[in-house]
Design a protein around this ligand. Structure first.
Ligand code: NAD
Ligand code: ZN
Ligand code: ZN
Length: 352
């Protein structure tokens, strides 16, 4: 079968022939029907050799949808032919966090060598993939596979991120979405579908802002406007103006750069939430006198399986719809280049 592999640190991803894997005891073999392309893959492929966290070569792709093709020994309750989405952040299934349904925060996965597909284990950008347990599968119940693939991460991650802020997203509140790419364009829709908040979307690219407006953002603001003499950027000033001086109750940063972290601090309201989802990893100046009073900061990771089920339900109800560009598997290395250069609108989905 064909697979898109990251062969070694610093190399370009490549499409190669590999054997179709055999499902071992407890495992499920999926025929992949769609695989989303996340900016985190680029972050992974940018990591230097001494700290590279996964064994290589590795098949990329952690947004997976497929049909059940074969079952390993001892697997029951999942019929061959069933169309399913893959819940990606696999945990041990046993620890305290897993017992709460939060496998994304499993405390033992690292020690046990349990890694998500495409982020340590072989992933979805292939004709077939292995899934370690039927509990990682969520039936599609009629959802289109190409639509569903981005929802497993680009939908689930923002959903989880904004859920913690639900008590603040009341009538009259404002949510700021920084970066309306794969995750951000779904975040805008989730905010509109599940809260009464006014949504202000920010990006550095006009075509991304156009998409945000089409998807329901009330206001769109370019995030790279020149700073004023106090050092506060034009975007933060615009947000303060749009909110009558109060600032945003919730700021979701889907970039995570130094400039966007500063923007988040500059535009957040008293008692607001700043949620950093982008993984560039910039220090955030938080503390008395640095941030408005009682601002809470979090850096969440992915989401729970229960939340994935909820996101798929929202999609089935028509409340969210991924904006997708589809490509064949042979085009994948070039599509990664396009993503790296900010040239994908919405999510790129590979159909192997
Ligand atoms: P993407 O490339 O599809 O979208 C990023 C968007 O940000 C683009 O529209 C781009 O134009 C915009 N942007 C870039 N610089 C900007 C700036 N300074 N101000 C405003 N907008 C800017 O990426 P994605 O796949 O949506 O991923 C977004 C981030 O989230 C990445 O860092 C990714 O690694 C991370 N991520 C984190 C998690 C998690 O669990 N924490 C999960 C998935 C992705
Ligand atoms: Zn991702
Ligand atoms: Zn666990």
């Amino acid at each position: 079968m064909k697979a898109v592999r990251y062969p070694e640190v610093g190399a370009r991803p490549e499409v190669v022939e590999v054997p179709v894997p055999d499902p071992g005891p407890g495992q499920v073999l999926l025929k992949v029907t769609a695989a989303g392309m996340c900016h985190s893959d680029i972050a992974v492929m940018s990591r230097p050799a001494p700290r590279f966290p996964f064994p290589l070569p590795m098949t990329l792709g952690h947004e997976a949808v497929g049909t059940v093709a074969a079952l390993g020994a001892g697997v029951h309750g999942m019929p061959v032919g069933e169309p399913v989405a893959v819940y990606g952040p696999w945990g041990c299934g046993v620890c305290r966090k897993c017992a709460q349904g939060k496998e994304n925060y499993c405390t033992r996965a690292d020690d046990l060598g349990i890694r998500p597909p495409g982020l340590g284990a072989d992933g979805a950008m292939a004709e077939y993939m292995l899934v370690d347990d039927t509990r990682h599968l969520v039936p599609l119940h009629g959802l289109d596979p190409v639509q569903a693939a981005p929802l497993t991460d680009a939908g689930l991650t923002p959903y989880h991120a904004l859920k913690r802020s639900m008590p603040k997203l009341v009538g009259g509140s404002t949510a700021v979405v920084i970066g309306v790419g794969g995750l951000g364009h779904i975040a805008v829709q989730l905010l509109r579908a599940t809260t009464p908040a006014r949504v202000i979307a920010l990006d550095v690219a006009d075509e991304k802002l156009e998409l945000a407006a089409q998807l329901g953002a009330h206001d769109v603001v370019r995030s790279d406007d020149a700073p004023d003499r106090g050092g506060r950027g034009g975007a933060a000033r615009r947000i303060r103006r749009l909110t009558g001086g109060d600032g945003a109750d919730v700021v979701l940063d889907f970039v995570g750069a130094e400039s966007t972290a500063k923007l988040a601090v500059d535009c957040v309201a008293v008692e607001g939430d700043i949620t950093i989802v982008g993984i560039v990893g910039a220090p955030l100046p938080v503390g008395f006198g640095l941030t408005p009073h009682e601002v809470a900061v979090a850096a969440p990771y992915w989401g729970t399986r229960a939340e994935l089920i909820e996101v798929l339900d929202l999609a089935r109800a028509g409340a969210v719809r991924a904006h997708v560009e589809t490509y064949g598997i042979d085009e994948t290395p070039e599509v990664y280049e396009r993503l790296h250069h900010g040239q994908i609108r919405g999510r790129a989905v590979i159909v192997p």
